[in-house]
Design a protein around this ligand. Sequence first.
Ligand code: NAD
Length: 407
Amino acid sequence: MDIDNRLELVKTFCGLEKDEINLLKEEGIPLEDADRLIENVIGKMEIPLGIAVNFLINGKEVLIPMAIEETSVVAAASNAAKIARVKGGFFTQSTDPVMIGQIQLTGVKDPYNAKMTILSQKERFLEIANEKDPILVKFGGGARDIEVRIIDTPVGKMVITHLLVDCRDAMGANAVNTMAETIAPLIESITGGKVYLRIISNLATKRIARARAIFSKDALGGEEVVEGILQAYAFAFGDPFRATTHNKGIMNGIIAVALATGNDTRALEAGAHSYACITGKYLPLTTWERNEDGDLVGTIELPLAVGIVGGATRAHPVARTSLKILEIKTANELAEIMAAVGLAQNLAALRALATEGIQKGHMSLHAKNIAIMAGAKGDLIDKIAEIMVKEKKIRIDRAEELMKEFS
Ligand code: NAD
């Protein structure tokens, strides 16, 4: 489809208005809005927004907006989602959206006693934390619990209080940081210690999203392909050098959806990679098994602290439109969709790697980028790219030669 037809399809699917279509097609974020989002703004950096198709998640058709500069990611996700459909698509689940706020207490002589003192005041802590965010409480969220850990550090033991906050549809960093700052003075006064840091943890172990899917061996290309993918997974399991790239492929999809919806991509990356090595060994975020029928079963589990309110999710008009395209009502639904995309992305990468190699699929789009780098415009981009792919010479010097030939 061309761009107009794609937009028409999305419009029909989720009822986009004319101004939303104009926003996507032409306008993007107004400069005054950009100026309010960060400091010292001088312009906008635009990234393509594509739609991943074929996703059937918990029995529902979903169109997935992805903002990413890398070629092949949107196509690969769509392709994997098509294979997953044969066996019913993706099935997802998630925990409550609970984030952890950390309060660092130092200078106490009896840290274990301080831990008990803090825990004994739990109800008081929760009450004053919740008074700070009545809106969050109104939406069914709020401070839920307190945990206290004693940690060893180069300057001695510290007492770390974790304030567990159900953030509902917000990512929650501002909400949690405010609550952590609010309860800190009380922690100091009842223990006699000194508090330094009061900040959210991006290792969001209490806010986990999961997805699973079965990929039919026939749709994948046969038993050999299944075996190749299992070998690729085993490689990632046994080697952090490979596992890092395995997980990078997963994050290709997850971060593209995060960016499209105005979520904090750095928070997600930090949490995902930290979770990948929570056992002390850096591991793949997915698992791959063969079931009784010889089909491939994939699962993914990772912390996904995403919001559909707060931060840039509502302040950025394109992010708002992406959320509309997704037709979701809660942040948990968004996290679950992202988990499904991560699993699809991983399947696509492993399948390509275990069979024809990753470059074949990449090259035709990559060739277009090279043609653009050489100065090609319009139809000439496709023409030059096509020749370079045919010749298997996808290089800037060849693109420049072709440019000269055609000009
Ligand atoms: P926020 O404070 O803008 O919005 C959250 C608030 O929205 C809640 O506190 C609540 O009062 C209100 N709200 C309205 N409807 C709600 C609903 N249905 N569910 C939940 N809350 C609702 O944003 P935030 O999510 O607290 O913070 C996210 C921002 O913080 C991001 O921009 C992120 O980049 C930034 N940040 C991140 C870190 C970090 O990750 N370490 C640290 C600091 C700031």
